[in-house]
Structure formats: structure tokens, C-alpha cells
Ligand binder design. Structure first.
Ligand code: HEM
Length: 408
């Protein structure tokens, strides 16, 4: 028996390296109850997948972040996100936007994504050193999602900064810091005004946000709450997860030089490498659900109304699913059954886009600055509840030449 098993996702120690705790959860307490923070945690692949599938029992309507449990919503009832709506209402709303993110539509964005990635690489390539997060991974996905949504270049830094601030959490605490709440309100105020200006014709019609103003669901226009929900969800979910994933990939590959050398020699391996990064250390470690009925799970009775965390990060390293090497990073694994993008009705709408962005970024990084050395002593964690990634990832590499001088 080791020390008592405590899983607090907000503890920086656990957040920075949750994998040993995940192992103990899977083996010793597959239905784990945290009495202080009052949540259950499911960690085995089959249980997490089954819970994602059973949306009637595991409802998203109580919020998908444990700490949220809807305080922002209560203070700001105009804001209603697709990700926190259960079927059947969810089905019609998702249908409105899903066509924009189909693999076919997304494939048509490849040249633009590559141009944006190369713009950021051009800014650093001559110097031979950079912060991979600040200078590349933490920037380009905001430009990509902004191009889709129609957020002008002049406003992207503000949205990006609010997204980062909105996710920051303090060590061990479930409280949402004041600055994080303020950041959400700032971005909501921005989108509220932006929607008004679009409606008034004060700005040109552009992107998905303008399309949403024209679209109807069940024969009616979208409400302000729904519109704001889409703006917030897409600009945050479409940015943070992908930004963190790309930096996670570079950090992991720097620790596995043989695998990095293999994908430089054969870039066709990069798509599988992206998939393995999302399996091995996904940027979205868990999602929150609220039980709509009592459930028996591994000898425990979880009660209606209880909070349940679906630990994607733990499920993705479950030996029961991925075999004895589940806890090893291996780009040759072909991990196509991971839960990194969720499962079922809320399966990540942006999965094809995230995969494209990850592949293109890793292709260009390994083509143009593939001998990068990560300064592991000075890398800094991004501390949030369920998002795993880096705030700073300093790198150095052999300087190269710029390709273009086009603004994004
Ligand atoms: C590596 C990058 C990404 C990861 C790891 C990720 C992960 C996830 C996960 C786990 C879910 C399921 C949430 C749940 O079941 O409660 C989800 C949903 C979602 N994701 Fe992503 N995501 C990524 C990139 C993106 C991108 C680029 C977009 C931009 C369009 C996006 C938009 C969404 C939306 C809109 C949903 C909600 C779908 C629904 O409720 O029907 N994601 N994502």
C-alpha cells in the first residue's frame, strides 16, 4: 500500500504530472470519490467511454468544467454553450455549425494554415532561439480559428490573452481566480459589441459569426445566449487545446530523439505522431458531467446530481485498452481509439481542424528548425484545471532563412 490516494486536479504537483496518480486511480479506485471537492472520477478507458456515450445519465448541462459548476452562467445568463447542452437541443445547434468543420472543408484550409504557421516561423527563424509557445504554438491557432470565425486581426491578441487568463487556476484551489472571471467577462463584452455592430451593418459580414446571425434553428433565429456561446466556445476551444497540443508535441519529441529523427526522415509519420501526442498527454485532461440518476460503479453508488470527472488523460494510458506499453510515448503505435477528442454526441467538432493544424505545424517545425533543443530547465507549466500544457517552452535551433513577409 502506498500513501493515501488523493486526486486533486488543481494541485500543481498532480497537474504537472498526473500519470502515476492516474495509474493508482485505475488500479485501486476506478470509481474514486473526493470528499473535499465532492466529485467522482472515472479513470478506466471502458468506463470513461461508456460515460461519454451515455449522455442521458452523464449530463453536460451542469457544466463541463468541475470548477465552473456554472458560476459564470449564473452571473451572466446570456451565455449558453453547445458543449453544455444535452440532446435533443444540442443536436439541432450542432447541426448548424458542423458543416464548417467537416474533414473535407477543413482539408481546404491547409494552405492557409501553412501560410500562418510559416509567418510565425519566419519571425524567429533567423535568430536561432525562441519561446515555442509565445512565438508559435500559442499564436497561430488563434489566427486559424479567427479566420474561420471572422475575428479581425486587430482583435485577436485581446481574445487570445483573455482565453489564457480565463483558464488560469491557483494551486490546489477550485476557486476560479478573479482575474480569470474578469477575462471571461471582457471577451463576452467584446463579442456582445461585435454582434451588435455586425447586426447594425457597421462592419463587413465575415466568417462563421456573421453566418450564425443569418442561420435559423427550428425555424427561429439564434438567441443572443446561443450566439455568445458559440463565439466563446469556438474562440477558446478552438485555440487553447490546439496551442497546448503543439507545444506538448515538441516537448515530447525533444525527449524522444529517436522518434523525432524518424519523423524528420519520413514526414508521413507526423499525422500518427499528432494522434499519439493527443493520446499520451492530451491538452484536455478531463470533462465534467452531472448525474441525472443513481449509478452503481465498482461497488459504489454514485447519486443523482453528483459531479463526475471523466479522466480522458487516465483512460488514454489504460493498460486494459492499450496494453503493457500504454504509459510509453510511441508515435509508431497507431493509437486511433483514444478519447482525446471525447466520444459520442459531444465528440470534438474541431478534431479535423486540430489534426490539420498539428500536422502542418509539426511538418514546418521539423522541416525548418528540426534540430531544436528544448531548454528543459526553463520551461514553465501553464496551470489550469483540465488543460495540460506549457506557458513557456524555450528552444534554440540552427538559424535559417525567412520564406515570406506576408502579414497574417
Ligand atoms: C488538440 C486539440 C483539441 C482537443 C484535445 C479537443 C478536445 C475536445 C474534447 C475532449 C471535447 C469533448 C467535450 C465533451 O465531451 O464535453 C471537445 C469538444 C469540442 N471541441 Fe475540441 N478539442 C481540440 C480542438 C478543437 C478545435 C480546433 C476546435 C475548433 C472548432 C474545437 C471545438 C470543439 C467544440 C465546438 C466542441 C463541443 C462539441 C459539442 O459539444 O458538440 N476543438 N473537444
Amino acid at each position: 500500500m502506498g500513501p493515501p490516494l488523493v486526486y486533486n486536479p488543481y494541485s500543481f504537483t498532480v497537474h504537472d504530472n498526473p500519470f502515476d496518480t492516474y495509474q493508482r486511480l485505475r488500479d485501486e479506485a476506478p470509481a474514486y470519490w473526493n470528499p473535499d471537492l465532492e466529485f467522482w472520477a472515472l479513470s478506466r478507458f471502458d468506463d470513461v467511454q461508456q460515460a461519454f456515450r451515455d449522455y442521458e445519465t452523464y449530463s453536460s448541462a451542469g457544466g463541463v468544467a468541475l470548477e465552473a459548476r456554472r458560476p459564470i452562467d449564473r452571473a451572466h445568463p446570456e451565455y449558453h454553450e453547445l458543449i453544455e447542452i444535452d440532446p435533443p437541443e444540442h443536436t439541432a445547434l450542432r447541426g448548424l455549425v458542423s458543416r464548417v468543420f467537416t474533414p473535407r472543408r477543413v482539408a481546404g484550409m491547409e494552405d492557409e494554415v501553412r501560410r500562418i504557421v510559416n509567418h510565425y516561423i519566419d519571425n524567429i527563424i533567423e535568430s536561432g532561439h525562441a519561446d515555442l509557445v509565445v512565438d508559435l504554438a500559442g499564436c497561430f491557432p488563434m489566427d486559424v480559428i479567427s479566420a474561420v470565425l471572422g475575428i479581425p486581426a486587430s482583435d485577436r491578441d485581446m481574445v487570445r490573452e483573455c482565453a489564457d487568463r480565463g483558464l488560469i487556476r491557483e494551486d490546489g484551489s477550485m476557486e476560479i481566480p478573479k482575474d480569470a472571471v474578469e477575462a471571461i467577462f471582457e471577451v463576452l463584452a467584446y463579442f456582445t459589441e461585435d454582434l451588435a455592430r455586425r447586426r447594425a451593418g457597421e462592419v463587413p459580414s465575415r466568417g462563421l459569426i456573421s453566418d450564425l446571425l443569418e442561420l435559423e434553428v427550428d425555424g427561429r433565429a439564434l438567441t443572443e445566449r446561443e450566439l455568445l456561446g458559440f463565439c466563446l466556445l469556438f474562440s477558446f476551444a478552438g485555440f487553447e487545446t490546439t496551442a497546448k497540443m503543439v507545444a506538448n508535441a515538441v516537448e515530447l519529441l525533444s525527449l524522444h530523439p529517436d522518434q523525432r529523427a524518424a519523423l524528420i526522415a519520413d514526414p508521413s509519420l507526423i499525422a500518427d505522431a499528432v494522434e499519439e501526442v493527443i493520446r499520451f498527454n492530451t491538452s484536455t485532461q478531463y470533462m465534467h458531467r452531472t448525474l441525472t440518476r443513481d449509478v452503481e460503479m465498482h461497488g459504489h453508488r454514485m447519486r443523482e446530481g453528483d459531479s463526475v470527472l471523466l479522466l480522458i488523460g487516465a483512460a488514454n494510458q489504460d493498460e486494459r485498452e492499450f496494453g503493457p506499453t500504454a504509459r510509453q510515448f510511441n508515435i509508431f503505435r497507431r493509437a486511433d481509439r483514444h478519447l482525446g477528442f471525447g466520444y459520442g454526441v459531444h465528440f470534438c467538432l474541431g478534431a479535423a481542424l486540430a489534426r490539420l493544424e498539428g500536422r502542418v505545424a509539426l511538418e514546418e517545425v521539423h522541416l525548418r528548425m528540426g534540430d531544436y533543443i528544448v531548454d528543459h530547465d526553463n520551461k514553465v507549466r501553464f496551470h489550469s484545471g483540465n488543460v495540460s500544457g506549457w506557458k513557456n517552452l524555450p528552444i534554440s535551433f540552427t538559424p535559417g532563412l525567412r520564406l515570406q513577409s506576408v502579414a497574417v
